[in-house]
Design a protein around this ligand. Structure first.
Ligand code: FAD
Length: 321
């Protein structure tokens, strides 16, 4: 049955994140031929709204406010609740990012609906929309469908296909009033930690280092390989605990969950808590001196060897491609 479905886009550092287009893709499947409405909050959103239309949204609502430039729980909950009150959609899709994970349960409570979180697949089966999501730290998947109320899902970046871009598409871009009041929290300043150019959670290629990297200096060859591949550098908690790198790079159960096309794990043993954050990567390459390291059990390709020999060789060869 055709539905009206809202897809919330996410703007970070002035850039519209790719997962916004993936949210539109999920919304299209849920809408089943109905209307997909993009939603954006912040400032200077016109170009992003046009991009959402070119990437499959039928129209876009923009809530301009300086208080929505950076994610703040109260402000975003108020703004999105207002849009939902006005639009009364039958479906809503939000990126499963740190902001989306915080926002979604509050919105589910406002909508008095359920929430299918951390979705990695959306498909139509007859009249039903089937959502696939990982459970038990990524060791298994479950499938769910929503039988009543608003169909509300958060989608994990890099998993749901975004619609193909079509520059000839057009649609209305409408400003909505999202005047925010009585905020309990405001952001005064954002102090950034430098983690390189590519956002880990959306990176297509990740080169991750573990305790086997041995020092902060030891991460240099990994950074060079990531540069050549246009990817990002990640780390195990072992490497973060040893102060070889910042915790913002940590991947795993208590770090970031990533699903790149290629994950290169160097000097990482493959503890269950690390696997929870990366085992759904499309291709996993493990480099480890120990042939018995558990990481080889989830790897598609394994290289038994010293990472300080293997990584520079890989980088040199890839530079030639
Ligand atoms: P190690 O287990 O010490 O492995 C180092 C590996 O490097 C070894 O396999 C060794 O053979 C190899 N090696 C050494 N030198 C070289 C070399 N020169 N070349 C190639 N290989 C080499 N961990 C996470 O990663 N993410 C999490 O989110 C996380 N959350 C946790 C939550 C809880 C509640 C707990 C209890 C633990 C958590 N951990 C997490 C920690 C996890 O259990 C492991 O301790 C951690 O992942 C180990 O990191 P590591 O693989 O880098 O180190």
């Amino acid at each position: 049955m055709a539905k009206k479905v809202l897809a919330l886009g996410e703007v970070k550092d002035g850039e519209l994140r790719n997962v916004s287009f993936e949210a539109i893709g999920a919304a299209q499947t849920i809408a089943d031929g109905g209307e997909v409405v993009g939603v954006l909050f912040g400032e200077n959103l016109q170009a992003h709204a046009e991009a959402m239309i070119q990437n499959g949204a039928d129209r876009v609502l923009i809530g301009e406010s300086s208080e929505l430039n950076v994610y703040v729980t109260d402000a975003y909950t108020q703004a999105l609740s207002k849009v939902l009150d006005e639009e009364s959609p039958e479906g809503l899709v939000i990126p499963h990012t740190s902001a989306g994970k915080d926002l979604a349960p509050r919105i589910a409570e406002k909508l008095n609906s359920g929430l299918v979180s951390d979705v990695v697949g959306v498909e139509q089966a007859g009249d039903e929309i089937i959502f696939t999501r990982p459970i038990y730290s990524g060791k298994a998947f479950e499938q769910k469908s929503v039988t009543e109320g608003t169909v509300f899902a958060t989608i994990r970046p890099n998993n749901v296909a975004a619609p193909a871009k079509d520059e000839s598409r057009s649609g209305d871009i409408t400003a909505v009033d999202v005047s925010i009041s009585d905020l309990r929290t405001t952001i005064k300043d954002v102090v950034k930690k430098s983690t390189g150019g590519v956002d880990l959670s959306e990176a297509k290629v990740i080169v991750a280092g573990g305790r086997g990297v041995k020092s902060a200096e030891g991460f240099k060859p990994l950074e060079e390989l990531a540069d050549v591949l246009g990817g990002a550098v990640g780390a195990s908690r072992g490497a973060c605990d040893a102060e070889y790198c910042d915790y913002s790079l940590q991947i795993g159960q208590t770090g970031k969950v990533v699903t790149p096309d290629l994950y290169i794990a160097a000097g990482i043993s493959g503890a269950i808590q690390h696997l929870a954050g990366m085992s759904n990567s499309k291709v996993i390459v493990a480099i480890n001196k120990d042939p018995e390291a558990p990481i080889f059990e989830v790897a598609d390709y394994g290289i038994v060897g010293d990472l300080f020999d293997v990584i520079p060789l890989l980088t040199e060869e890839l530079k030639k491609v």
